[in-house]
Design a protein around this ligand. Structure first.
Ligand code: NDP
Ligand code: 2IT
Length: 446
């Protein structure tokens, strides 16, 4: 951090949010990338753009009471962070996981603002969720929790105000229950959530969008920056949820090979290559632990409490959660010959891991660019809801491909403008930031 403006804002935000490590990590990464744009635009400091960007427009925190299968009342905590609506209504997912805190949702909402700007669609940034864990809960418990969550959240959101969607622990099932409750309370059929079922306003391709988009982005970087392709590449993917599964599916379609996948209990290695149908059955249909994979695939191994990064690969796609890839993991990947890291998850690499990749010449793509395909197709779902018209899978997928290619092009263009070469991290932060900052200046102080 060189300019006094950036230093002052970071010190202030750190002093005011001392317990919010994840949020400060995300803020620091962006602030240290955008200094060239601040030098070019002295009006940003006069308009206190950074001070306004690091403080959410509002943050709602609430109690959720629901009744479990034993008839006992349970209490969880819910949040919605409406971060920035300079370029469109607040937009971003809901996360249900025991680790959810205000810091995690603020980091996610902050990142979402720039990610959404990169999609080229009119969406501001928001995020929400709860410390409720869907693991081990019955269908009835999940439904009652989702209904209780929406019974409070509904008053803060709306199809032109704030449009939540899924994230960790929130998929089509949870979105469906929340949408049903919103509709019951409001007596209206509107696109207030994305990731809905296809029969009630959902978009074809939304389920696959983040994983597919990550591979469209990766493929484009391989072509335009590395003069290479996915053909025959060994690709390591962490996690086995929504993003990971469809990242693996598109990797295989584009000629790559996947031998490892994981969940929070450890990872599996299949020397014959992952059987993705089996992973889908275990993780999506049966909702079991990934270790069950070795019951069917006898040559596969399960390593408990180990990380996928210990296996050598050409391309690494962290797709599980924040800070899942640290400096030691990065060094292992580098020793194993990794050439490209593209984040499917939000902030999965620690700052030290990113530094290790960048100093060793590994191409690094930040999540706010490479995982933007999910929210991009959410934006396309909003478009279809507004028109009351559904596009084909092919039409949505073609738009997704176009958006991901454009994000690579815009990131490289921003990086080049400031003489930074092919820097996808700086480029993404600069391109997203400049767009939001100009929109804030143009709309007056708020
Ligand atoms: P899912 O809930 O579908 O899957 C999450 C996966 O990550 C599971 O395999 C889970 O393992 C693992 N995981 C979650 N938390 C932890 C943890 N604390 N430690 C280790 N493993 C963990 O979520 P998504 O696939 O939707 O999300 C994955 C990442 O992608 C998140 O960072 C999310 O913010 C990001 N993302 C998601 C988008 C979307 O459209 N869904 C869009 C853009 C980004 P287990 O099954 O054991 O819990
Ligand atoms: O992190 C993300 O971009 C998401 N979880 C998707 C958000 C959305 O609104 O589709």
């Amino acid at each position: 951090m060189t300019t006094s403006y950036v230093q002052r804002v970071y010190q202030d935000v750190a002093a005011r949010n001392p317990d919010e490590g994840e949020f400060l990590q995300a803020v620091k990464e962006v602030l240290t990338s955008i200094e060239p744009a601040l030098e070019d635009n002295p009006q940003f400091e006069r308009h206190a753009i950074l001070e306004r960007m690091v403080e959410p427009d509002r943050m709602i925190k609430f109690r959720i009471a629901w009744v479990d299968d034993q008839g006992t009342t349970q209490v969880n905590r819910g949040y919605r962070v409406e971060f920035n609506n300079a370029i469109g209504p607040y937009k971003g997912g809901l996360r249900f996981h025991s680790s959810v805190t205000a810091s995690i949702l603020k980091f996610l909402g902050f990142e979402q603002t720039f990610k959404n700007a990169l999609t080229g669609l009119w969406m501001g940034g928001g995020k929400g969720g709860s410390d409720f864990d869907t693991h081990g809960k019955s269908e009835g418990e999940v439904m009652r929790f989702c209904q209780a969550f929406m019974t409070e959240l509904y008053r803060h959101i709306g199809p032109n105000t704030d449009i939540p969607a899924g994230d960790i622990g929130v998929g089509g099932r949870e979105v469906g229950y929340m949408y049903g409750q919103y509709k019951r309370i409001m007596n209206e059929f509107t696109g207030v959530l994305t990731g809905k079922g296809l029969a009630f306003g959902g978009s074809l391709g939304r389920t696959e969008a983040t994983g597919y988009g990550l591979l469209y982005y990766t493929d484009e970087v391989l072509k335009t920056v590395m003069n290479d392709s996915l053909e025959g590449k060994k690709v390591t993917i962490s996690g086995s949820g929504n993003v990971s599964i469809y990242a693996a599916e598109k990797t295989l379609e584009l000629g790559g090979r996947v031998h490892v996948m994981s969940d929070s209990s450890g990872y599996i290695y299949d020397p014959e290559g992952i059987d993705l149908d089996l992973i889908k059955e275990i993780k999506l249909a049966r909702r079991e632990r990934i270790s069950a994979y070795t019951d069917t695939r006898k040559k596969a191994e399960f390593s408990a409490n180990k990380k996928v990064w210990e296996r050598p690969c050409d391309i690494a796609l962290p797709c599980a959660t924040q800070n899942e890839l640290d400096e030691a993991d990065a060094k292992q990947l580098i020793a194993g010959g990794v050439k490209l890291v593209a984040e499917g998850a939000n902030m999965p690499s620690t700052p030290q891991a990113i530094e290790a990749f960048r100093t060793q010449g590994v191409i690094f793509a930040p999540g706010k660019a490479s995982n933007a395909g999910g929210v991009a197709v959410s934006g396309l779902e909003m478009t279809q809801d507004s028109m009351r018209l559904a596009w084909t899978f092919e039409e949505t997928d073609a738009r997704l491909q176009g958006i991901m290619k454009q994000i690579v092009a815009d990131s490289l263009a921003a990086s080049n403008t400031y003489g930074l070469g092919h820097d996808l991290l700086m480029g993404a932060n600069l391109a997203g930031f400049v767009k939001v900052a100009h929109a804030m200046v143009d709309q007056g102080v708020f």
